[in-house]
Design a protein. Structure first.
Length: 174
């Protein structure tokens, strides 16, 4: 009964309105304070950029009487720089694959080139038609130019002949 009498007098609604205003302003003021930073500012660390390197390797490849291939490193140069274009990988049936490996022998990159001992020569025959002739050499010199990854420790060279991959040599590059 008292509630009904208070409602009739209007004090009840005034009290409710005052409470609502108090709650709303408390929420507004508590939400407007500046948040405390979760972190403290640190100067960015300077990261030393490792300059890109190229390796230029000159080899002599030989085939003995049993058709076993051996590759000898003649010269090696490591210089700073990058290749201008993307190296084209050979898709020839007979080719060499050069793999860059890290210290655990994980392959980092791979490059394939036409086999230096196997050449296809195109010429004009007596009937004035183009013909292609396969020429096998016993020995040849060739060079490789490739970007050297910073973590490269070894170069592994394998030979692919008639679809079969055969390891030929492994070089410690650094």
């Amino acid at each position: 009964m008292m509630v009904i009498e208070r409602m009739k007098s209007g004090n009840f609604f005034k009290t409710i309105i005052v409470l609502e205003i108090f709650l709303i302003s408390a929420l507004v003021f508590s939400g407007c304070r500046t948040p405390k930073p979760i972190y403290t500012h640190q100067q960015p660390q300077k990261i030393e950029k490792i300059p890109a390197e190229l390796v230029i390797l000159t080899f002599r490849i030989q085939e003995d009487s049993t058709s076993a291939t051996s590759i000898e490193l003649l010269d090696k140069h490591i210089i700073q720089g990058t290749l201008k274009g993307v190296a084209d990988n050979s898709i020839a049936e007979n080719r060499l694959i050069i793999k860059q490996e890290d210290i655990q022998h994980n392959v980092l990159t791979e490059l394939s080139i036409d086999h230096p001992l196997i050449k296809y020569i195109e010429y004009v025959n007596e009937a004035r038609e183009f013909e292609t002739k396969l020429v096998r050499q016993r020995q040849a010199e060739f060079f490789i130019r490739m970007e050297l990854k910073p973590q490269t420790s070894y170069l592994r060279i394998a030979e692919i002949r008639d679809g079969k991959e055969t390891p030929v040599t492994q070089l410690k590059i650094r």
